[in-house]
Structures are given as C-alpha cells and as structure tokens.
Design a protein around this ligand. Structure first.
Ligand code: GTP
Ligand code: MG
Length: 454
C-alpha cells in the first residue's frame, strides 16, 4: 500500500524560465490547497481533471511565487495517483521555497525514481517500460531514443507476453497429464509440445541476438582511430566532434595519450578514441602511447584506420591493417583535398573504404552512413524490431533459453512434472523482465538509478 503523498522538483537543478514541482498521492490536492490561492477562490480539489489553474503559492501569509498548477486526477496520470504539477519561476531559491512549502504542508520528499516506481506499482506500466523511461531521458542519439521510445510504448512487453502465454499453455497441458495419468502424453502430443518450446526458444534467441547491437545503440560504439603518424587521426576526431579537442601539428608523433570524445553521427552515438600514431620509435613516451593505442584497438567495437591520400601506402600501413583482421574496421582515405597519390586496391574486399578530408570537413556524412550500414542500425529503425538494450533483460532471456533447452531435451525422457518445472522457470525468467516475478530488492535497485523527480 502506498500512503504517502510525495513531491520533488522534476526539472533540472539550475536557473531557467520555469521549474516544475511534481506532487503525487491521494492527498496531493489537499496538500496543494493549503498553500495555493487562486484569485477566484478555485481549489485544486474542485478543479476538473487535466486543467490548469493560475494563482500564488502563499505560506504563513507570505507570497512565495506566482504559479500555474496542472491538476490531474487518478487514475489517468503518470503515477496512477492524484497529481499536481506546479510550474513556478525557474530560480533555484524560488523552486526550493515552493517545494519546502509543499513538504511543510503534508507531502514527503520523493526518492530517486519514486514517481516511475509508483507508476510501475500502480500497474500503469510494466518494469521494462519503466526502465525505458530512464533510457529515454539518458538517450544520447536519435537511434537510442527511437529504441527506448519503442520499449516505453510496450513493444518488448507485448513480445514477452505472447511468449509467456504460449508457455503457460504448455504447463497447463503438462499438468493435466500429470494429474490424470490415464491422459498420458502420447508421442504426438510430445512432438507438439516440443515444437512449441522450440518455437519459443527460437524467438528468445532472436531477441538475444539483437542485444549486441542494442548495447551499441544505448551506450555508443567504442570507435578507435588508428594509423601511422601524421595521417590525420586527431584532425578527424576534431572534425567529428566539431572542436579543437586534440592537438594537431605537422610533426609526426604529436598524440601520445588516448583522447576520448562522444560524437553523434547519422543518429548513431560513437565513443571515439584518438590514439598515438603507430610506428617503430626509440622515444620512450611515444612507445607508451603506441602500447596504449594497441590496447584500445583490441577492445574496439569499430576501428577507423586512416591512410594519407597524398602519400603512397607504406609497410607501416600494411602492418597496421594486418593487425585488424577479424575486427570491424573502416579504411579512411584522408586528405582528399590534396593531389591524390594512393592506390588502395590491395585493400579492396577487406575493408569498406571512405574518402574524406578531415581538414576541409568533407565526406564525413558518408562515414556515418557506412557505420550505420556496417552495424545494420538502419534496419532497426526501419523495421521497428524489438531490440534488447538492457543487460538485465539479456540475462533474463539467456536464463529462459537455458530452461527451455533443458525442457526440450527432457521431453519423452523424464516424467512430465519435471519438465513442467523447467517451463515454469522459463516463465519466471520472462516475469523478471516485465516485473511479474521480480524481487523487491531488484525493483529498488532499478529505480535508485533514476534521477530525482522522475
Ligand atoms: N591537407 C590536409 N591536411 C590534413 C588533413 N588532415 C590532417 N591534415 C594535416 O596533417 C597533419 C597531421 O595531422 P594530425 O591530425 O595531427 O595527424 P595525426 O594522425 O593525429 O598525427 P599523430 O598524432 O602525430 O599520430 C597536420 O598538419 C594536419 O593539418 C586533411 O584532410 N587535409
Ligand atoms: Mg594525433
């Protein structure tokens, strides 16, 4: 049972045009009416749902601010509870004063994520949708936002509900057989059960397959820029991020440390790492930079290997390219603004090639398109397919796949009631995603990662 009425500032802490203070709970109207005064004497308790009232927040005879309050009646609100949203002036002091007045008059301060937690507990959304709320807020690219919005709309919940229903049918059939041994599962029925379980397993595996891309969409693609010195690696980082983040000089061996910058290109988030130029060197500092570059290359989701279009391909270039075997890599032919002197035919078929000029900032869009194509990210938004972006969901799906595998291989071998245990466990694993079978501790942990006021 949720008894408290909670309140928190829902807008970022800082100075702005307006701030919004959210109040939710059965006493939301009573609490607000103690401090809200409308010139015509209207109260939030009397106001129709989804209307706005003008007035002042007055506490102990002192006017704190001029405000607009939005009144929303349960259950048609985000939390499912009576809700008031007070829009006051956007200064830190005035916002805190309004919040403080609300807390003095009967509300308690909401903890991080408590509004969304209440939405979940009141059945306004399931757990995967609640998790999508934070993904929408934190999304760093349009693709990440599309994926999160899709999940918030319930795409994953619907898919899981279908699979869960099919498994519930299977357990019902098995339980009948277990309760009435004379109705024993014959071979035909066994085959039918096996087919259903295999079909559910295939769908789970298909979802699991999307998780690799899902993580890249949500957290960004770890992209390492490499190449021999002076080919324009730091210039590319600067061009992509539209900053002067990295030092650029005509001296070979300028970059030593790894420089990181987050960039959105063609709607995709890239975590870009500019590294030291790779070559044989006696300089101990440069050598350390090269060791670091090689470490980052090993961990990269994507490598952008740069060649200088104004020079021929060198053995150093060939050596670096050879070290990229088995990695997702794009060959970048940089300095296309200079007279061309490069034949990359020896690399054809090994890497996709993109020609650009980091200095003139031309050809950069083509790089974004190539990355999107390479990771098949365009397909996700085009098909609107469900994408697993959350590690917790991935683990629950992997768990369900294991139980389903066990159940499939046990059919016809062990008694039906033992098979039912595996199927029930697979159902529970699905329930962890939607929140039907999740522990309170996990729910608390999920919402503690939210921001205050959400
Ligand atoms: N004309 C032209 N010059 C470029 C281009 N990109 C980089 N340069 C020049 O090439 C030189 C080296 O550029 P950097 O970006 O420092 O090269 P780097 O690969 O980071 O070099 P190291 O850090 O030493 O490994 C600088 O003088 C840049 O101005 C380009 O597209 N066109
Ligand atoms: Mg550099």
């Amino acid at each position: 049972m949720i008894n408290d009425t909670i309140a928190a500032v829902a807008t970022p802490h800082g100075t702005g045009g307006i701030s919004v203070i959210r109040v939710s709970g059965s006493d939301a109207f009573t609490v607000c009416d103690r401090i809200f005064k409308n010139p015509k004497g209207k109260t939030t308790s009397q106001a129709k749902s989804h209307t706005i009232l003008y007035g002042h927040i007055i506490d102990a005879g002192k006017t704190i601010d001029e405000v607009l309050v939005s009144v929303m009646h349960a259950p048609h609100t985000f939390t499912g509870e009576n809700t008031v949203e007070i829009s006051c002036h956007g200064g830190i002091t005035v916002t805190n004063a309004v919040l403080s007045a609300i807390l003095t008059h009967g509300a308690v301060l909401a903890s991080a994520g408590e509004f969304t937690k209440r939405a979940f507990l009141n059945g306004k959304m399931d757990l995967s949708q609640a998790e999508a709320v934070i993904d929408v807020i934190n999304s760093t690219s349009s693709l990440a936002l599309d994926t999160a919005t899709h999940q918030l709309e319930g795409s994953l919940s619907r898919e899981i509900a279908i699979l869960r229903d099919r498994l519930l049918d299977v357990t019902a059939q098995i339980n009948v057989a277990a309760d009435y041994p004379e109705e024993e599962i014959d071979e035909l029925k066994e085959q039918q059960l096996k087919d259903i379980l295999k079909d559910v397993l295939n769908k789970v595996n298909a979802l699991l397959k999307t998780s690799e891309r899902g993580t890249l969409i949500r957290d960004g693609i770890n992209t390492v820029i490499c190449g021999r010195p002076n080919v324009g690696k730091s210039s590319l980082l600067n061009a992509l991020s539209d900053t002067d983040r990295a030092i650029v000089t005509e001296i070979a061996g300028t970059t030593r440390d790894v420089i990181e910058e987050r960039v959105v290109l063609s709607g995709v988030c890239l975590n870009i790492f500019d590294t030291a130029g790779i070559r044989d060197t006696d300089n101990p500092v440069e050598s350390l930079g090269i060791i670091k570059a090689e470490e980052y290359l090993k961990k990269a989701d994507l490598v952008l290997m740069i060649l200088d279009a104004s020079c021929g391909i060198t053995d150093e270039d060939r050596k670096i390219a050879a070290s990229l075997d088995g990695k997702k890599a794009i060959l970048i032919i940089n300095k296309t603004d200079l007279a061309p002197n490069l034949d990359v035919s020896e690399f054809y078929g090994r890497f996709p090639c993109v020609a650009l000029s980091a200095k003139a900032k031309t050809g950069i869009d083509k790089l974004g398109d190539t990355i999107s194509e390479m990771f098949k990210l365009g397909e996700i938004s085009a098909n609107g397919e469900v994408t697993i972006t959350n590690l917790r969901h991935k683990q629950a799906l992997a768990e369900s796949a294991e139980y389903l595998n066990n159940a499939i291989s046990a059919i016809g071998v062990v008694p039906a009631d033992l098979i039912a245990i595996d199927v029930t466990n697979a159902i529970s694993a699905f329930g962890e995603i939607t929140g039907q079978t999740v522990s309170e501790e996990i729910v608390d942990r999920i919402f503690s990662r939210f921001c205050l006021g959400k």
